[in-house]
Design a binder for this molecule. Structure first.
Ligand code: GLU
Length: 466
């Protein structure tokens, strides 16, 4: 198998969101399919104004949390500017690039002609390259790539297939700005080449850039990598996935108690299905075995939070869910205090509630109620006279339970209902309400176990019946 070198190359101009994480995930998986292949991380920080260290930290922390560990050191694009400039100079020397001094007005006019279809070619500057004076200038110029106008360019993409673009459609884009700083278009190619990247997997919003970047490879006589442009993710309303659709930032999802297994499972099934198995749940190890990038759908996929909730609930209910819960609590000041106070109570809460929660933060309010030392029953509720007539007796009976465990409690409750010939809801619903101020929730025997005998009886004692 060929040794593949893939990379994830985010610009640190925002936090890592689901779309970026999916691109990183696919690069990671492809690299893990063969032993010698590599997955690199490159921070593309050439946009000084918008690039921030906090975003780099967010991206690296998110990737680490997801378990998408890269090989070798992180590459930082801004540290290689002189190498990018060197290539621009070489392209100038080869006469594959040229110096351009067109004024803003001239460029704006040229753009207008292109917009209005008065110029078929997208080239911005046609004159500077033929002017000897300009080509021997030492300052005050930008460097443009001399992209041809004639013919078509055909590129084979693993996902998009064979796509042909007329060279007229490609512009003579800038390689070096007036201050001689390299543009993304140049830096990305130089860095990918120098790193030996032979498989570029990225969002299909970059597909058109591939046709432009092709000419740098060609003019430098560098091998063109293989490409796979993956369709972007959309929200359920069909628009590009963004903040409007909910928490799409990976660390926000983490802080809300989503598990990485659920996020990875959800992301990989956008546009791909695991044929070997009818069930949708699949973990990273199996994904790596079964995933084939060529089977990824060409059309954009819809991200659904309901689906993410479904997967998260599935992974929370697994044996490892309890560990995830403990780690989640350790990272939260308030929850960690509860953990230190009564670890087994916290575990009981998780085990009782896990089947009904979508994410770990759904437990926060319940936990607070169970640990509330100043718990007060919400007095506005009126309980039925049928309940009031049996309440004192019930309190006495449960006070006599010596071995306070779920089975014993359940038996005592069942016997009580039988002896008094009452249906469960007459007793159960108000008791639940008195203990946690809610008619909805787990079985009352589970609530009894979580609270323990003393708290259960203390809370019920607040109600005197009427
Ligand atoms: N830095 C680019 C971005 O964040 C990606 C470049 C690439 O993958 O080629 O959109």
């Amino acid at each position: 198998m060929t040794m593949l070198k893939t990379r994830f190359a985010p610009s640190p101009t925002g936090n890592l969101h689901l779309g970026g994480a999916r691109t990183a995930l696919i690069n990671y998986i492809v690299s893990k399919k063969s032993e010698n292949s590599k997955f690199y991380l490159r921070i593309e920080d050439t946009d000084h104004e918008r690039s921030k260290q906090k975003y780099t930290d967010n991206i690296t922390n998110s990737l680490k949390w997801l378990g998408l560990n890269w090989d070798e050191d992180i590459q930082v694009q801004s540290k290689r500017l002189s190498r990018h400039q060197e290539i621009a100079k070489e392209l100038l020397k080869k006469k594959r690039a040229f110096k351009c001094i067109c004024s803003e007005e001239k460029i704006a006019y040229q753009r207008k002609l292109i917009r209005e279809n008065k110029n078929l070619s997208k080239k911005i500057c046609t004159e500077c390259k033929n002017d000897n004076y300009i080509q021997t200038k030492n300052e005050d110029f930008v460097v443009r790539l001399d992209v041809p106008d004639e013919g078509n360019l055909n590129i084979k993409d693993t996902i998009q297939g064979d796509v042909s673009v007329a060279n007229l459609e490609l512009d003579d884009f800038i390689l070096l700005r007036k201050d001689q700083s390299p543009t993304y278009m140049l830096s990305v190619v130089v860095d990918d080449h120098d790193l030996g990247i032979n498989y570029i997997i990225r969002g299909d919003d970059h597909f058109i850039n591939t046709f432009r970047q092709y000419y740098i490879y060609k003019f430098m006589n560098w091998d063109l990598p293989q490409y796979a442009h993956i369709p972007l993710i959309h929200g359920e309303d069909g628009s590009k996935l963004s903040k409007r659709h909910g928490a799409v930032n990976i660390l926000d999802l983490k802080n809300n108690g989503y598990l990485k297994e659920a996020i990875i499972n959800n992301l990989i099934l956008l546009g791909w299905s695991n044929n070997n198995d009818k069930s949708e749940t699949i973990e990273l190890k199996e994904i790596i075995e079964n995933f084939e990038i060529s089977n990824l759908s060409k059309s954009s996929s819809i991200f659904s939070f309901d689906k993410l909730d479904f997967f998260n609930n599935f992974y929370l209910r697994k044996e490892s869910g309890i560990e995830e819960f403990i780690n989640f609590c350790k990272n939260d000041l308030e929850l960690n205090k509860f953990l230190e106070k009564d670890n087994s109570k916290m575990k009981n809460i998780f085990n009782v509630y896990k089947k009904d929660i979508k994410k770990l933060s759904d437990l926060n309010n319940s936990i607070k109620i169970y640990f509330d030392e100043n718990y007060k029953i919400n007095k506005t509720e009126k309980l039925t006279s049928e309940f009031n007539s049996i309440f004192k007796e019930f309190l006495k009976i449960i006070g006599e339970i010596n071995n306070w465990n779920r089975d014993n409690i359940q038996n005592v409750i069942n016997d009580f209902l039988k002896n008094n010939e009452i249906k469960f809801p007459i007793l159960g619903k108000p008791i639940r309400f008195l203990l946690i101020n809610s008619y909805q929730g787990p079985s009352i025997s589970d609530i009894f176990v979580i609270l323990g005998k003393k708290d259960t009886i203390d809370r019920l004692n607040q109600y005197r019946g009427k």
